[in-house]
Design a protein around this ligand. Structure first.
Ligand code: NPG
Length: 378
C-alpha cells in the first residue's frame, strides 16, 4: 500500500445530552479525523482514524487543536519521509516525537483501516477477536440531582445496558451510590469514575463506597500518584482501576509489577493506538489482571475499531462503548452501533474498521478540512 495523501478533517457534533465529569461539562465534540488516501494492490483505498482528544486539555494534556498541529507539523512529515506502508511501522516512524499519543493513535488507526481494507480483512480478525458481540455499559455524567441520576440509570438498565458507570467527585459520591442501590437494587453492575478528583486525604470517603458492591472505582487519584494508588489498593475492598495513569505500555508494566491496580482500563487513544492496546491486553491477560475498554465519546469511526479490540478474551468487564443513540442524533457512519436486547453490541466484521463513513453527514458537520500530500515532503 502506497500512501499518497492524508486529509485532516475537524468536525463538530452536538451530544444528545450534556455530559459532566469532575473536570468539566461536554455539550458537543470537536473531533479531529484522519483520512489516509492510498493505493493498494487493487487500486485506490482509504482509511479512517478518529482522534479522541477533547477541545480543552482537561482529561489529559492533549487537546484537539494541538493534535491537529502536531499531526501537520511533526507526524505526517515523518510518516511520509519513512514511506510507511504498513500500520505496524507507524509507531516506529513517529517514535521520536514525544507524547501526543492520541494524535499518533489516530494516524495509526487510519493507516491500519486502509491497509486492512486493501487486504479485505477485518480489524476484529486482525486483532484476534474471539467473540462476535461484546457486553457494554453506559457512563452517566454528574447530574443536577440524585433523582435525575436514579431515573437515568433506571432508563439505561431498561434499555438493556449490562452495567452502569457513574461519574463521581467530592460531594457527589457516597449518596448517589447509596440511592442507586436502595432504589434499583443490588443485581446490576455498578462502577464509579473519579477522573482523578481525589487524593490520599480522601481514603475514608473512598472506603465508604465499599458497602455498595461496586465492580470497581476508576482513577481516584491524579495520573502520577502511583505509590498512593498502591496504598489505596490495599485500603479498599472495591477493586481499584487505573485509566489516566496508564499512558503507555511501560507504565502499564510498572503498574502490573507494583500491584498498583486491580483492573486496567484500555483506551487505544490514550496509549498510542489499537496495536499498543492489544499488546497491553496481552500483558494484562498474562498477569491475570482484568481489563475493560474505555470510551471517549467517539463517533462510529472511533467506536468500530474499539469494538474489535474489546472482543479480545481479556476484556472481561463491559466496556464504555454505548450505542450511537446514547451520544448522537445522527452518527457519521452508515450503520451506527445499536444495543442488542442482551446488553451487547455487534463487532463489525467487514473489511477494515467494518463501517462506512457517511460522507454527506460528515460534510454537514465539517468545520475545516486540509489535504497533505506525501510528495511534497519526500
Ligand atoms: O461512553 O464514550 C463514552 C464515555 C465514557 O465516561 C466516559 N469517558 O473519563 O473515561 C472517561 C470519560 C471521558 C469522556 C473522558 C470524554 C474524556 C473525554
Amino acid at each position: 500500500m502506497d500512501i499518497g495523501s492524508v486529509e485532516l478533517r475537524r468536525i463538530e457534533l452536538p451530544l444528545v445530552t450534556p455530559f459532566q465529569t469532575s473536570f468539566g461539562t461536554w455539550t458537543f465534540r470537536d473531533i479531529l479525523l484522519v483520512r489516509v488516501l492510498a493505493t493498494g494492490p487493487d487500486g485506490p483505498v482509504e482509511g479512517w482514524g478518529e482522534c479522541v482528544a477533547g477541545t480543552q486539555p482537561l482529561y489529559s494534556s492533549e487537546y484537539t487543536s494541538a493534535a491537529e498541529d502536531v499531526t501537520v507539523d511533526h507526524l505526517l512529515p515523518r510518516l511520509f519521509a519513512a514511506r510507511v506502508r504498513h500500520a505496524d511501522d507507524v509507531a516506529g516512524a513517529l517514535e521520536e516525537v514525544r507524547g501526543h499519543r492520541m494524535a499518533k493513535a489516530a494516524v495509526e488507526a487510519a493507516v491500519l483501516d486502509a491497509e486492512l481494507r486493501a487486504a479485505g480483512r477485518s480489524m476484529a480478525d486482525h486483532l484476534g477477536a474471539t467473540v462476535d458481540r461484546v457486553p457494554v455499559g453506559v457512563s452517566i455524567g454528574i447530574l443536577p440531582t440524585i433523582d435525575d441520576l436514579v431515573a437515568t440509570a433506571a432508563r439505561h438498565l431498561d434499555e438493556g445496558y449490562a452495567r452502569i458507570k457513574v461519574k463521581i467527585k467530592p460531594g457527589w459520591d457516597v449518596e448517589p451510590c447509596r440511592r442507586l442501590r436502595a432504589e434499583l437494587g443490588d443485581d446490576f453492575g455498578l462502577q464509579v469514575d473519579a477522573n482523578a478528583a481525589y487524593g490520599p486525604g480522601d481514603v475514608d470517603t473512598l472506603r465508604a463506597l465499599d458497602e455498595f458492591g461496586l465492580l470497581l472505582i476508576e482513577q481516584p487519584y491524579p495520573e502520577e500518584r502511583i505509590v498512593d494508588n498502591i496504598e489505596l489498593v490495599q485500603a479498599l475492598q472495591t477493586p481499584v482501576c487505573l485509566d489516566e495513569t496508564i499512558v503507555d505500555e511501560a507504565v502499564c508494566d510498572d503498574v502490573l509489577r507494583l500491584g498498583a491496580a486491580d483492573v486496567i482500563n484500555i483506551k487505544p487513544g490514550r496509549v498510542g493506538g489499537h496495536l499498543a492496546g492489544k499488546r497491553m491486553h496481552d500483558a494484562c491477560l498474562a498477569a491475570g489482571v482484568p481489563v475493560w475498554h474505555g470510551g471517549m465519546l467517539e463517533t462510529g469511526i472511533g467506536r468500530a475499531p474499539n469494538l474489535a479490540l474489546a472482543a479480545l478474551p481479556g476484556f472481561t468487564l463491559p466496556g464504555d462503548i454505548s450505542a450511537a443513540a446514547r451520544y448522537w442524533e445522527t452518527d457519521v457512519v452508515t450503520e451506527p452501533a445499536v444495543l442488542e436486547p442482551d446488553g451487547t453490541i455487534r463487532v463489525p466484521r467487514g473489511p477494515g474498521i467494518g463501517v462506512e463513513v457517511d460522507l454527506d453527514v460528515l460534510a454537514s458537520v465539517t468545520t475545516t478540512a486540509t489535504l497533505h500530500h506525501a510528495g511534497f515532503t519526500r
